[in-house]
Write a new protein. Structure first.
Length: 316
């Protein structure tokens, strides 16, 4: 058989390497001065351990006193997170010794502030666990929720990532929430604001945009989108309120889409399944889609069935 690759591989390789010289964002070759996703994923696992210390263990640590064990985990988080933040802060900037010194100090300050806020994160997570347990009759215990519920996992990662977002750390918060997204199907932008007692049930397909504001005691079911009304403005919409505000004690059932930065869902409102909203809803309002008409074909005779008394929401 004739060898086609060997005579051509040199020229083909040369052409690919030359293609990296255009200066486009995709042409970056400096792999050592950018955040390391593998390290960030490892940090996430450690942060989950800190959030729920009695629910995971690391075989690398041979200490029987869990507090001593956690002390080492926290120190490891501090060391590695500081390094990743320092890289993120100077990412894409020219190498300058004065600026490097500033980013090193800034990254240490951010790391310490992040660690100081962990008790507040755990305070919120405790309310999230309580909300899920109270709202889901299928949950047998709080332990089951912590061990197995993807919604709580996504919320946990979000709450950590949101701190880094507030501290203006580039790139890393999004890497964190996108890991949760890939594992759970729940896409929460780290810029969103979410209050206490937040319940996600099932969760698959949920999207919560960057400028979304969610109050306390809110329940969200699978397939819900809290999104922007339009992104046709592109970068002109940066830093503008593009996503809805959800006030306290709101329930949003599966498949609902609520869009727009001016859209406010009032306290205690209930949004039914498959509702599409682009305007505000008064407090206490129930919003539903008129029941769809079912059609059956038996022996080539079409039958129609409507039931105005059927439940207006559908939850699995």
């Amino acid at each position: 058989m004739k060898d086609l690759i060997s005579p051509s591989i040199h020229d083909v390789t040369k052409a690919i390497l030359e293609d990296y010289g255009h200066g486009r964002p995709i042409d970056k070759l400096d792999v050592f001065n950018q955040p390391d996703t593998k390290v960030i994923y490892e940090l996430i696992n450690e942060l989950v351990r800190v959030a729920y210390p009695g629910f995971s263990k690391d075989k690398a640590y041979r200490i029987y006193d869990i507090r001593n064990n956690l002390s080492m985990v926290i120190e490891d988080i501090a060391f590695r997170l500081n390094k990743q933040i320092a890289i993120a802060l100077r990412y894409g900037k020219a190498e300058d010794e004065v600026e490097l010194a500033k980013t090193r100090e800034q990254s240490q300050q951010i790391t310490l502030e992040f660690l100081r806020r962990i008790p507040k994160v755990r305070e919120y997570l405790a309310t999230d666990v309580a909300a899920i347990f109270d709202g889901d009759p299928a949950a047998e215990s709080a332990d089951e929720i912590i061990f197995a519920y993807p919604g709580l996992y996504a919320i946990t990662i979000f709450r950590y990532a949101h701190i880094l977002y507030e501290l203006q750390v580039p790139v890393i918060p999004r890497i964190m929430t996108e890991l949760a997204h890939s594992k759970t199907g729940i896409d929460i932008n780290p810029g969103a604001t979410i209050g206490k007692y937040f319940m996600i049930d099932h969760g698959t397909g949920i999207v919560i945009g960057e400028t979304t504001e969610i109050g306390d005691h809110v329940k969200v079911y699978q397939g819900v989108t809290l999104g922007a009304l339009s992104t046709s403005g592109g970068r002109k919409l940066w830093a503008k309120k593009r996503h809805p505000t959800i006030e306290d004690y709101v329930t949003i059932y599966s498949g609902a889409s609520i869009l727009g930065g001016d859209t406010v869902i009032g306290r205690g409102a209930v949004i039914g399944g498959n509702v599409f909203l682009t305007k505000s809803i008064a407090p206490g309002t129930k919003v539903s889609v008129k029941n769809q008409e079912l059609r059956f074909d038996q022996d080539h005779k079409e039958l129609h069935e409507t039931d105005s008394d059927a439940a207006w929401f559908y939850v699995i």
